[in-house]
Design a protein around this ligand. Sequence first.
Ligand SMILES: [Zn+2]
Length: 819
Amino acid sequence: MSLLKICTMKKTLFTLLFSILTLQLFAQDAFTPKQFLGYNIGEQFTRHHRVVDYFFALEKAFPGQIKVEKVGQTYEKRDLLLVYIGTPDNLKKLGEIKQKHLTQAPDEKLAIVWLSYNVHGNESSGTEAAMQTAYRLLTDKAGYLENTVVIMDPCLNPDGRDRYVNFYYQYGANPIDMQRFSASHNETWPGGRPNHYLFDLNRDWAWMTQIESAVRIQQYNQWLPHVHVDFHEQGINEPYYFPPAAEPYHEVITDWQREFQKEIGKNHAGYFDKAGWLYFSKEIFDLLYPSYGDTYPTYSGSIGMTYEQGGSGRAGLAVITQVGDTLRLADRVAHHVTTGLSTVETSARNAQKLVAEYQKFYKQKDFKYESYVLKGSSNQIEPLLVLLGKNNIQWQMISTSTQAIASKGFHFKTGAQEAFKLNIGDIIVSTQQEKGTLVSVLFEPRTKLSDSLTYDITAWSLPYAYGIDAYAVEQEIKATPFAATGQKQSDFFAVEGFTAYAVRWESMQTARFLNAVQQAGLKVYFHEKGFKLAGKTFAPGTLLLLVGENKGLDLHAMVNDYSKRYHVDITGLTTGMVDAGADFGSSSVKLVPNPTVGILAGDEFSSLNVGEIWHFFEQQLVKGAHLIFADDLNAALATLDVLFVPEGGYDIAGNEQLLSWIAAGGKLIVTGGAVDALVNQEGFGIKRKEGSALATNALSYANQERDQISDAIIGAIYPCIFDNSHPLAFGYNGYYTLRQGATAYQIEGNPVFKLEKNATAVNGFVGARVKLQQSEAAIAGAVSYGRGTVVYLIDNPLFRGFWESGKLMVVNAMYFVNE
Ligand SMILES: [Zn+2]
């Protein structure tokens, strides 16, 4: 800068500039990552508590330029952070920037960029790159911040990441062992990818079943940034992947969202070409399933993107790849830092366009359906309303008779356009709202695919997932907005004089009630056949709390307390002599057991499915269950009443002691592909259906992948028929299953849940060659084995913890089924 130019500047500007420069120079002198960590980033792995300390140290070293917030904790009590990086001016008015952005009156030259790192714990270069990227944004790349506010989540999955880092510290040899066969490159079960409950957090954005997702997305929805990046790693032999993403794209994705992906990709390519780094784009990683770190932000208005570096759990500090190259952590970090900075650079350069297009996104709500109408009891609908609340989706309720009028729409149950009546209590979810695009994607009856080769399931429609009667209506229906969930307090009151209380069995909420009163010491019975009394019909599975069977306890007070806490549908009865059906002393009225439950875990099992069952017990039903490694099973059997066998390759029939345990009255619940271990085994009554899925044409090499999907079902939704007198079906009025594979089974006798004859999916991709064999395929059922029972849950009903209507089946299997 020439002296002459400086002299012409206004003095105040000069002083300001000078003070920023000296401040930065001073800060850089006072703080380098190596000074703080003791090594250069990329030379070692950094454990999470040091990462946390590092960011707080940055905040101290660069006052005013970075703000660090603890926003929550993981299941294992590690801190979840959010880091804001911007000009001192912008950081001072963060609240105001957020407010203006959300009220569509934004600063027109300021893009909000959100960078998410290390959602998969063992993709460990992410968090290291976050530390380096933050440092660069505070020093040599601070210029980008004139037009951006960067929000950084340095680690989405601290529990998984520390699991990996601890593993590597234990087995990482000194000097570094770079051979792929060495222990340091082969993680032990369950590996660091998932979180504490072994969930894949990059499938959990929309469902928020895990605490890390719930905490993060609550923050995310308060910002709804213009650009979001989810940093990942893939296999060690892969080059770098960045956008544009692969087909299929969901049809709601706008032209602008597609375009800007290309713009960013081009900018990255410039840096990678210059450095001689390999990369690819437009392949593999598509934009469809709504619960990813790229799609969820996209459906919320962002440019949502996935970046993938070669690395992950096999890579360690350095590893020799297939072609004989050495892949080092430092390289992996450098690539992620480059794309992170390039993202901020491109966003800064296009800030004005990003802001304008984002506003357009929120104004354009042009969807086929403008309203979704939900009908059902409050206990059935409540879980869905909770989910909508977490997603910042507004809903309304028909609350007056003037709103209760005739309407017409697509009926999810029948798949036809039908006239129906809006009733008081019906819930309306409109696509004409801020989160309208997300509403449209989550509720749409049919996912439109631009290409069937996708990375994930192709159907998730919420009315099917929650088992709720619903209509999709093309017009907007106006009703009364509700800020909070509208759970009505029951006016029921238990008093002396009632001899029994009947509780309608209908949802997970009732299951939680049952578990809670059992833990509190109450004996609970269930009516296996159903009955009529006092002018009411009570369905099979109705719970009975009998005064005479709970002597010595203040049953009435407890019923008042628990029925209000769990909002159950409860009726007080003054006699056990029913008007129709079996009286309460009959053998049809049975004690609900309070079983001791085990879940098999370890190498032989899918960590995801183990985690789903484990999480279900601890966090959803809130009942303890023993997690048991297969080697310890025989020592545990005498203690157990129920044993879950998760998906995987465990040889059930090969364990004599386990077979004896079942024969003596034990209950085995087998989920998903684990049923394969019992196919054609003597006494287990399950076999594969005769298959018709055989490739007939010789395949060209180029078309192989496309042809293989003709044999696949990629997460498709099918209606089920079921035997509603069977305990496995207690509480169901209808059921849609999420088929996660094409293999069709038959269960001896009559399966309780099965597909219809010539069944067709209501939503999702089904390969041409496997359509036929789905006809009457078994979905769930039970067989007797000696005095015991084996329950088959063929389509894993706990898949990712989001198929709400499947959960009751698991509870039914545990409490009621007794073949
Ligand atoms: Zn990943």
